[in-house]
Design a protein around this ligand. Structure first.
Ligand code: NZQ
Ligand code: ZN
Length: 388
């Protein structure tokens, strides 16, 4: 049952090869001080920085630079960004980068004028925002997280070994996002495929939950089929515009709240993956791929009907003459073969996880209760061990 809900997504998207031409128009809606946030320098090498800086200058903006946002942005970087945003009396934060840069921009936007420690308020106590929010705009250069059209902002605290996401409300979603698939061509293969699996994982976290006869499940299956098709083309031919543009669009719809409607949503693969990230600082999508097969094989008996549907509708498994369990297993087998074809990380040991970390990673995994089986701490240790 879909239940009762209201639906709106306030982010305005500009999509396609000419998307950046709308940046000037968007900038005209905000004051003159723009904090330009970016990562470790990929945008300087591939020319995106120059293109964006030229529009900012033409628009008469004062640019306050905030560079060096690391993959899996840290709480220390967040404190630094807040100070810079306040000192620069920033009117708009423009994030140019991947999910880390977009997430960080959102975290700074709600934290710069927060009277308390934002880590305590938003990440440990999960409280709502009660102070001024600086608007955020994005120019996306890496596809996967959906951060360009959602309220998520994941921050890592290396001291306490915690990686936690806060999903903020509509008022924190980017005001606009510019999505040019060509900007993603320079991604190294490892990052590109990690992003592909991040998308798949977002869809599965929502699909494998709640009641079954639901429009969201049909949308999810369509997104999955399109993703599988286009990603197979993109790994062989990374500059295939049709494949890369489809994937960019799928990523946005995979996590912009639409397909969560009517679903309880699981998110345990992400909770375990984030804890792995807190211990290893590994690439987000690869932390998910390394634990997914063990996780889904573990919960399969508790949601067998859905794993059968997944095998038949998404992986084209023929159900004829087979038991439900065999159909479901065959579907997961095809998923595993696809993941290997993409070259994803299938083992935690490949991400630097060692046996002595497993208990700590399990303890750091926030337990969610929307999936087919609420895992115990011991079950998470078992899943982690099977993922080594
Ligand atoms: O830092 P630079 O130099 O820009 O390099 C980045 C980074 O090293 C590079 N890159 C990005 N665009 C590029 C490029 N290299 C060449 N050409 C380009 N066009 O790619 C590397 C990874 O970037 P990052 O932004 O870290 O990746 P991603 O987009 O996967 O973001 C990961 C972060 O998002 C969080 C993750 O936990 C992680 O912290 N997530 C956010 C979510 C949300 N907001 O809803 C949901 C996700 O599940 C996820 O948790
Ligand atoms: Zn993710």
């Amino acid at each position: 049952m879909l239940g009762n809900f209201s639906y709106s997504n306030p982010t305005k998207l500009y999509f396609g090869q000419n998307a950046l031409q709308y940046l000037g128009e968007e900038l005209s809606r905000y004051g003159k001080n723009v904090m330009l946030v970016y990562g470790g320098g990929s945008i300087k090498k591939n020319g995106i920085y120059d293109k964006v800086a030229a529009v900012l200058k033409r628009s008469g903006k004062v640019i306050i630079e905030d560079a060096g946002v690391m993959p899996n942005p840290t709480v220390d970087k967040l404190y630094e960004g807040c100070k810079r945003a306040r000192e620069g009396q920033v009117d708009l934060i423009l994030a140019v980068g991947g999910g880390s840069v977009c997430d960080y921009a959102k975290a700074v936007s709600v934290s710069a004028y927060c009277d308390e420690d934002p880590w305590d308020k938003y990440y440990l106590r999960m409280e709502d925002v009660s102070n001024r929010i600086i608007p955020v705009g994005c120019v996306l250069t890496m596809v996967g997280t959906g951060s360009e059209m959602n309220g998520g902002a994941v921050i890592t605290n290396h001291k306490t070994k915690q990686k936690i996401g806060h999903v903020f409300g509509d008022n924190v979603f980017p005001k606009f996002s510019i999505l040019n698939p060509i900007f993603t061509y320079t991604l190294p293969k490892y990052q590109m495929t990690a992003g592909f699996f991040d998308i798949m994982s977002h869809i599965l976290e929502q699909y494998f939950s709640g009641s079954d006869d639901n429009t969201s499940d049909y949308i999810a299956e369509g997104l999955l089929k399109s993703l599988i098709h286009s990603s197979r083309i993109a790994v062989k031919d990374p500059e295939n515009y049709e494949a890369r543009s489809n994937i960019m669009w799928i990523a946005t719809w995979a996590l912009n709240t639409l397909i969560a409607k009517g679903k309880t949503t699981d998110w345990m693969v992400h909770m375990i993956g984030q804890s792995v990230g807190a211990y290893t600082d590994a690439t987000h999508g690869m932390t998910l791929s390394a634990v997914s097969m063990a996780y889904y094989r573990h919960i399969m008996p508790y949601g067998l009907h859905k794993f059968v549907r997944y095998a038949v509708n998404v992986w084209d498994v023929s159900p004829d003459g087979k038991t439900d369990e065999n159909i479901a297993r065959e579907g997961l087998g095809r998923m595993e073969a696809y993941m290997k074809e993409l070259g994803l990380e299938m083992h935690l040991s490949g991400l630097g996880v060692t046996e002595d970390m497993l208990d700590g990673i399990a303890k750091g995994s926030i337990i969610m209760d929307g999936g087919y089986k609420v895992p115990s701490q011991d079950e998470i240790v078992q899943i982690l061990r099977e993922s080594m």
